[in-house]
Design a protein. Structure first.
Lengths: 189, 217
């Protein structure tokens, strides 16, 4: 069943109870499973000032706002932590210096809870990098390297994870703005 | 034995005027913000004009028309989470945004019930409640403080016992953005870039101090 068909089958959204102070949407917390619905409801409430209906009417009975029903969402909550989690013992932010055929060198700066310590240089085998991230390995690229323990129901294992920073490519607009700025600066010299 | 940090998570919230329908894993992948195989394997709850929600191996994304939230429980992905938000709002540079929250949640296990009760007794003394309640107990405590920098906003901490000898501590590092215009996206991105490390360390320090309240001096 696709999303559109699924939406047609859901019933009108009904709150289970009024949002309380600690459920207020101003408190940006990770939604708990049982509060996600009322969190969404409080979002709706802020727009419409209605309490129990998805329509708002004025004192003459004219409809001011007619909201489409929000489908019931049974959301797995982040509070139910995954059974597998990575506990980092050390984290670095890395900066690629040189790239070779099967490896690259990088400068590493400690970050996170254990952020003290000197910067270091390291040579990292390309096999340590996820295939899709290998296209990002170029001089100047930034990555994050975590070493620690992977805890899972089957036990604990030592683990290392490298993840390259992903930021959007320069858009045509960005390039144009940069070119214009460069021309202005060039004109000054 | 000192309190044991069992789980920790980070979430970033941006308040503004949003279009949830565009937040699909394929949109993030096509803009190279997540991996293609992450997008292909994403568990999509819903993508709808009023709400979008999906998760990947490390990311939970939840967007409504006035709130954007991403979260992770995986420590190696805290900085990638920040980068993802920077990337998204670089693309959506004209989004009107009003507030940014860099938030952490910690779950500690306390060694003994005695120490666990001591935390609650220090944060919410029971003597004022004697005679009003039978066996009063702290449900949660929320404290709000002024920001220690020049940004507008506040720091908010919430402490809540979860189960016997368990305590949840949430730290909300809240930034009010200057005014309702698209220039605030740049302000939000700037804050994420410059304040991230400090915000993370502040949250850890606060949570650790609170969790250790039950320890003998």
């Amino acid at each position: 069943m696709n999303t559109i068909e699924a939406l047609k089958t859901v019933s009108m959204f009904e709150p289970t109870r009024k949002p309380s102070l600690f459920d207020h949407s101003e408190w940006p917390s990770i939604p708990r499973k049982e509060s996600l619905q009322e969190d969404l409801y409080s979002e709706v409430n802020q727009h419409s000032n209605i309490t129990t209906h998805t329509r708002a009417v004025d004192k003459h009975g004219s409809i001011l706002l007619n909201l489409k029903p929000i489908p019931q969402i049974i959301a797995p909550t982040l509070q139910s932590y995954p059974k597998t989690n990575f506990k980092a013992l050390q984290k670095w932010e890395g900066f690629v210096i040189n790239v070779f055929k099967n490896s690259f060198t990088a400068r590493l700066k400690p970050i996170g809870i254990v952020s003290e310590g000197p910067e270091q240089e390291a040579k990292i085998n390309m096999n340590e990098i996820d295939e899709e991230d290998q296209t990002l390995v170029e001089p100047g690229a930034v990555f994050y390297w975590s070493i620690g323990y992977l805890n899972s129901p089957s036990g604990r294992t030592r683990a290392s994870l490298i993840r390259f920073r992903r930021l959007p490519a320069w858009t045509h607009h960005d390039l144009k703005v940069a070119e214009e700025e460069a021309s202005k600066l060039k004109g000054l010299f | 034995m000192p309190p044991q940090l069992i789980n920790q998570s980070v979430n970033i919230v941006i308040r503004g005027s949003l279009n949830p329908a565009i937040f699909h894993p394929s949109w993030l992948a096509s803009n190279k913000l997540i991996k293609h195989n992450e997008a292909e394997n994403a568990q999509i709850e819903i993508v709808h004009p009023q709400v979008s929600k999906f998760r990947t191996e490390w990311l939970l994304l939840n967007v409504t028309t006035d709130r954007f939230q991403v979260a992770t429980t995986q420590e190696p992905y805290y900085e990638p989470l920040r980068d993802l938000v920077i990337g998204i709002f670089t693309l959506l540079r004209h989004t009107p945004v009003t507030a940014l929250g860099i938030n952490q949640e910690f779950h500690y296990s306390i060694e003994s019930e005695k120490k666990w009760h001591k935390i609650g007794d220090l944060l919410a003394p029971k003597s004022p409640w004697e005679g009003l309640f039978s066996t009063p107990g702290m449900l949660n405590v929320v404290m709000r403080g002024v920001r220690p920098d020049d940004y507008e906003g506040y720091i908010l901490a919430k402490v809540e016992p979860r189960e016997i000898c368990g305590v949840d501590i949430s730290v909300n590092d809240h930034y009010e953005l200057s005014s309702v215009n698209s220039g605030n996206v740049n302000e939000a991105i700037n804050i994420l870039q410059k304040q991230w490390e400090e915000s993370m360390q502040r949250g850890v320090k606060m949570a650790n101090k609170i969790a250790c309240l039950g320890e003998d001096e």
